[in-house]
Design a protein around this ligand. Structure first.
Ligand SMILES: [Zn+2]
Ligand SMILES: [Zn+2]
Ligand SMILES: [Zn+2]
Length: 350
C-alpha cells in the first residue's frame, strides 16, 4: 500500500479528492492534507511504530491511528495530556528510616553519612541497591556486618522486595573483570585502583542485554528460598573489595519473570549506636512508593498489570474496562517486583 507519491506537487482539490476516496477527513491546510495522505499510505504496523515512538496509544482502527499521528496527541481532553507528561519514576523521593526525612535520591549518600555514620573503626559495609528499570526509582541503602555473606544480602532483598514463591536468585558480575583479577594478585590490585574511573555501565548493559551469555558469571551460588540451609559462605566483603568496588553487581531474582536490581558496594563505615527498633531489615534509606497515575482516569494507581510495560490502574474496574483480565491485576506495591508472578509485597516498616 505504501506508495511513494509526491503529494506536495498536487493541488488542494486533488489532495481532497484523494482523501475523500480513501475515506479520510478533508479539513485543514495543504500541508496537513499532504501529511494525512502520507500517513494513510502507511501500513498499520508502520503507523503503530510511529505511535510507539511518540508514546501515543496504538489502539483503534487505521483511521484512528492516522488521526492520532496527524494531531500528535491522543485527542481527548487537556486533562489526559497532563497525565502523560510526567514520568512517575523520575524524582521519586528517598526516606531515611532513622529520622524519617524524605529527600531527593541525589542527597541520599550525603544524608546517610550524616544521619547514620560517624568517624570510627568500620563496623558495617554500606551497599546501594537500585532497580535497573523504572529510572532506578526503587532504591535501598543497606548496612551489613563486615562479615556478612551474599546469602544474607539475598535474604534481605527477598524479604524487602522480591519473594513471591521461592524462585532462584543469584549475583552476577562481568566475567572479564573476574578473569582479569584472578590472573595475578598484583595486576588485580593495580586494576582495582583504576576501577572507580571505569564505566560500570558498559558491562552492566552487556550483562543485561544477555546477548553474550559467556560474558556473565555468577559470583555466588544460585539461591533458593531465603530460609533454607546453605553451606557456610565466605564474607562478601572479600569479593566486593576485590572485584566490585566502584562497580555494580547484578542481582537477578527468578530466572523466568526476572526482576533485576544492581548492587553497589560503597565501602566500610562506622555505624552509630542505634536503637535496634530503628534498624529494620538493614535498611538505612528506602525510596518512597512512586505515585503512578491510573492509565484510564489519572487517579493514583493501586493496581498493576503486567511485568513488562506494566499498566497501572486506580481500581480493578478501571483495569477491567480497559480490557485487562481481572486475574492479571495485582496490588501495586513499593517494589521493583510489583506486577511480576503474583507478587503482592509484604508489610514493611513504611
Ligand atoms: Zn536521617
Ligand atoms: Zn513467583
Ligand atoms: Zn482509574
Amino acid at each position: 500500500m505504501a506508495k511513494s507519491q509526491d503529494y506536495s506537487s498536487m493541488t488542494v482539490p486533488q489532495l481532497k479528492e484523494r482523501l475523500r476516496e480513501t475515506g479520510y477527513s478533508v479539513t485543514g491546510k495543504k500541508d496537513e492534507l499532504v501529511k494525512r495522505l502520507k500517513l494513510s499510505g502507511l501500513t498499520v504496523p508502520e503507523l503503530k511504530d510511529q505511535l510507539r515512538e511518540k508514546k501515543l496509544s496504538m489502539q483503534g482502527r487505521k483511521e484512528d491511528l492516522v488521526k492520532r499521528l496527524q494531531n500528535g496527541s491522543d485527542g481527548g481532553t487537556g486533562k489526559k495530556k497532563a497525565i502523560r507528561r510526567k514520568d512517575p519514576f523520575s524524582n521519586v523521593g528517598v526516606k531515611c528510616t532513622r529520622c524519617r526525612q524524605v529527600m531527593s535520591s541525589k542527597q541520599e549518600l550525603e544524608h546517610v553519612n550524616g544521619c547514620w555514620f560517624e568517624e570510627g573503626d568500620a563496623n558495617v559495609m554500606l551497599l546501594q541497591v537500585k532497580s535497573y528499570y523504572c529510572n532506578e526509582a526503587y532504591r535501598l541503602l543497606l548496612a551489613f556486618n563486615i562479615d556478612a555473606t551474599f546469602k544474607a544480602l539475598d535474604s534481605v532483598l527477598r524479604q524487602v522486595w522480591m519473594e513471591c514463591c521461592g524462585h532462584m536468585s543469584h549475583f552476577l558480575i562481568n566475567k572479564e573483570l573476574e578473569q582479569e583479577s584472578s590472573q595475578s594478585e598484583t595486576s588485580a590490585e593495580a586494576d582495582a585502583g583504576n576501577k572507580p574511573s571505569a564505566n560500570g555501565q558498559d558491562w552492566r548493559a552487556a550483562i543485561l542485554g544477555m546477548m553474550s551469555p559467556h560474558k556473565e558469571i555468577r559470583i555466588t551460588s544460585a539461591y533458593s528460598s531465603g530460609f533454607d540451609l546453605v553451606e557456610e559462605e565466605k564474607p562478601m566483603t572479600e569479593r566486593m573489595m576485590k572485584y566490585c568496588e566502584g562497580y555494580s553487581i547484578l542481582y537477578e531474582y527468578d530466572m523466568g519473570t526476572t526482576t533485576e536490581v544492581t548492587v553497589k558496594y560503597l565501602g566500610k563505615k562506622h555505624l552509630q549506636a542505634v536503637g535496634s527498633l530503628l534498624f529494620v531489615n538493614n535498611i538505612l534509606m528506602q525510596n518512597v512508593k512512586p505515585e503512578v497515575p491510573c492509565k484510564k482516569c489519572g487517579k493514583l494507581a493501586k493496581w498493576i498489570a503486567g511485568d513488562y510495560d506494566s499498566e497501572y490502574y486506580c481500581t480493578k474496574r478501571c483495569g477491567e474496562t480497559s480490557g485487562v483480565e481481572t486475574c492479571m491485576l495485582l496490588p501495586y506495591v513499593n517494589s521493583p517486583r510489583s506486577g511480576s508472578c503474583g507478587y503482592t509485597g509484604r508489610p514493611l516498616w513504611m
